[in-house]
Each structure stands twice: as C-alpha cells, then as structure tokens.
Design a protein around this ligand. Structure first.
Ligand SMILES: [Zn+2]
Length: 282
C-alpha cells in the first residue's frame, strides 16, 4: 500500500506532467471505482495537484476537487499521445518497470487532455478510487486527518504534545494512526522504529526524552530519504516513471536478518505483521 513517500512521488510527477492541462474528456470504465459524476466536469483545467496524507487531490476550475485514493493496486500512467494507448495492451511492450499493471484491461478511467496527451488510471483489485467534492466537502473529508510529518508545523515540540495525549498507546500504532500523524503505514513505521532503535512493542509512556527526539528526527529522515528514492516498490507499486528504489534501503520490512546480521522476529501488532530486531531495538 502506498504511503507518504510513494504518494508524494506521484504528486510531484503529476505536477510535471499534467498541471495546468485542460481535460476535455473523462472516460470511466468502472463506476464502482470512479465517481461517474466527474464525467460532467469537463472541459476543465487542472489548477493544482497536491497531497494530504495518502490522498491525491486535483483542484479543478470553480472550487471542484477530485480526491484520489490509489490504495493497494492503483496506478497512473501518462502517455503523450493516443497512439500509445495500444501499447498499453501489447504484451510485446511489456515494461518491467511497470509489470502487467499498465495494461488496458485494468483501466478504470482515462483523462484526455486538449493537447492530445492523456492519463490512464489503472486498478487491479479496485480498492480506492476517485471521488468528486466541492470545497466544503473536501475540507470535511480531510478534517479527520492528523498532522503532516514533513510540514514546518510538525516540530519536536508538537510531536511531544501529541505523545503526551497518547501515553497508553503502542508506539507503532501511534505512528500509523492517520488521525494523529498522516502518511506513515506499515512499511515506514517499521523502518523508522528500527532506525530509532525503539521496539515496536513499546508504549508511548515508556519513551525517554532522548528517544522521543530520535524518533522525531528519524521519522522525518526516513520519509525524506524515501521520497528521494521515489518510494518503495513492494507488491506492485509503481509511480508514473517506474518503480521506486527505497525497498533496497529497507532494514527490517520483509527482511529475515537486520543489517547487523541479527535474526529478526515477526509479531502481529494491531493486526499488522511487524518485523523487528530483538538486538537492535530496545
Ligand atoms: Zn539487529
């Protein structure tokens, strides 16, 4: 499931490829995944593309918004002309960066732009999708989300204040709670805790102030580094330009031994598989 670094990567690429383009047609191939109302929004311009937590938001004319959740298997592909569309379905053009996920049979919607380019939206397992909102609806939808960990407003002091209110919570569950801090899921929570040397089994109340500082710093360090590497490709994530690279820098996620050569232990915390090192984590 894409987390903050993967979604941020896609948002930056969408800004490069489709910002300020005029959408002349929206084709919907699966109305369970993509809200059919958005067909009537065209023609319209894409005025802004941004991220909030793990959501992508496209701002169109007249304060209308598309809220995109890619979830497990959603992908965007940009193509600069319609002739390339047939390539999507051509096995001879199998692109190992994308795997089979770019094929037409997984397409749930397609945005056609006035300059002849287009964006396809593919989804294999049909989780997530695109919903339409006006300004108030969007604000309402996003209002339950917690703080953005890479924003300037997320300071060590604000992190401490958050922790003070959640003392009885498990530290990994806290990192992953989208109502508290957004964007961190099962992969990055494990990697952050490994870097901080904090066991995912611990409660917030047990953290010392030096551990809190380390956790705050490592959290931002891991997310920034993952963005630099265009996210992690596990399962089938791909961004508009191919796979991410940060999986090569994972220390514990999907690993059997840590980088120090210790055997890792796998447990379930809050329903999620969690790997940690009994030697490196305290
Ligand atoms: Zn270790």
């Amino acid at each position: 499931m894409p987390e903050l670094p993967e979604i941020e990567t896609i948002v930056r690429q969408l800004n490069r490829y489709i910002l300020n383009k005029e959408i002349i047609k929206i084709n919907i191939y699966d109305e369970k995944v993509v809200d059919k109302k958005i067909k009537d929004l065209v023609p319209t311009k894409i005025n802004k593309i941004f991220r909030r937590g793990k959501s992508i938001i496209l701002e169109l004319n007249n304060d209308r918004y598309l809220l995109v959740h890619l979830r497990m298997t959603g992908h965007f592909h940009y193509l600069d002309n319609l002739n390339n569309l047939d390539n999507l379905n051509n096995l001879n053009n199998f692109d190992q960066n994308y795997g089979p996920y770019r094929f037409k049979k997984y397409m749930v919607s397609r945005f056609d732009f006035s300059d002849g380019s287009f964006l396809t939206h593919n989804s294999i397992r049909k989780f997530g999708g695109i919903k339409f909102f006006n300004k108030e609806g969007l604000q309402e939808n996003l209002s339950k989300l917690g703080i953005e960990p890479l924003d300037d407003g997320f300071t060590l002091q604000s992190f401490k204040e958050i922790l003070t209110k959640k003392l009885t919570m498990n530290v990994k569950s806290l990192l992953m709670d989208q109502g508290i801090i957004v964007g961190i899921g099962n992969i990055y929570a494990q990697e952050i805790l490994y870097l901080s040397g904090i066991s995912p089994l611990r409660k917030v109340s047990s953290l010392s102030s030096s551990e809190i500082r380390k956790l705050y710093e490592d959290l931002r360090k891991i997310l920034k580094s993952a963005i630099k590497h265009q996210g992690s490709t596990v399962d089938n994530y791909s961004n508009l330009e191919g796979k991410g690279n940060f999986q090569n820098y994972h220390n514990v996620y999907n690993k059997v031994v840590c980088k120090m050569g210790h055997k890792l232990i796998k447990v379930v915390i809050n329903g999620r598989g969690t790997t940690y090192c009994p030697d490196c984590h305290k």
